[in-house]
Design a protein around this ligand. Structure first.
Ligand code: FES
Length: 227
């Protein structure tokens, strides 16, 4: 007899086997997931979820594909969160402290509550990367926020209305375009791709994708790695 747990999905009670992720528990319960899931491996950010354990006051943020169900878990998913995204042309802006002040002035209303960091599904130090953005330290902001999957759970908890993932995205763009030295090797490879040097291999790979995932895995494991 499997060890069964009681979980509440969208307010309705279900008995599901222990060891399932929230995502697989939803499917076990009969939900057909057409939104709020993507990579299923914890790096697309589509399955942002909040939950609370019965009898506890703390509200948790997580990715449904990565988090195992627990007894008494009340779950609600956030398949979309309305982040505030400002429009800019990366070619026309510069990595100055002023650009953050112009585009995302609300970051200076941060009250230091750290709710963003506590909510982060990737365990990032969100409040710290916002502090770097405030000071115009875009290289540090980019580094600290690198694993952000833009799930938006941090923003859902922010009393200052900050759209942290969008702030971090701007910092990474500024860092990539203006601060980090250009990677010559990458430019050469992009040129080669555009010239069609790898067309045959890409074609082969696309055909295999339909046929056999195992074959692709094998190709990946035995791929040529440049020194
Ligand atoms: S399905 Fe992609 S992060 Fe969960």
């Amino acid at each position: 007899m499997e060890n069964m747990l009681n979980v509440y999905l969208f307010g309705k009670k279900y008995e599901v086997p222990a060891g399932l992720t929230i995502m697989t528990a939803m499917e076990y319960a009969g939900y057909d997931l057409v939104r709020g899931c993507g990579c299923r491996n914890g790096f697309c950010g589509a399955c942002a979820t909040i939950y609370r354990i019965k009898g506890e006051i703390e509200l948790h943020g997580c990715l449904a594909c990565q988090t195992e169900v627990q007894e008494g878990m009340y779950v609600a998913t956030l398949p979309f969160f309305p982040l505030e995204k400002r429009v800019y042309n990366i070619e026309e802006i510069k990595p100055t402290q002023q650009i953050m002040m112009q585009l995302y002035p609300e970051i200076y209303s941060c009250i230091g509550c750290n709710a963003c960091t506590k909510a982060c599904t990737q365990e990032l130090n969100v409040m710290q990367y916002i502090a770097y953005a405030q000071r115009g330290e875009y290289d540090k902001c980019a580094e600290e926020s690198f694993d952000c999957v833009m799930c938006g759970v941090c923003s859902s908890r922010c009393p200052a209305g900050i759209s942290h993932p969008q702030v971090a995205m701007l910092a990474r763009r500024l860092n990539g375009k203006y601060i980090e030295p250009e990677c010559g090797h990458l430019s050469d490879r992009v040129k080669e791709v555009n010239e069609g040097i790898f067309d045959k291999e890409i074609e082969e790979l696309m055909t295999k994708a339909v046929d056999s995932i195992e074959e692709i895995k094998d190709m990946y494991n035995h791929r040529e790695i440049e020194k």
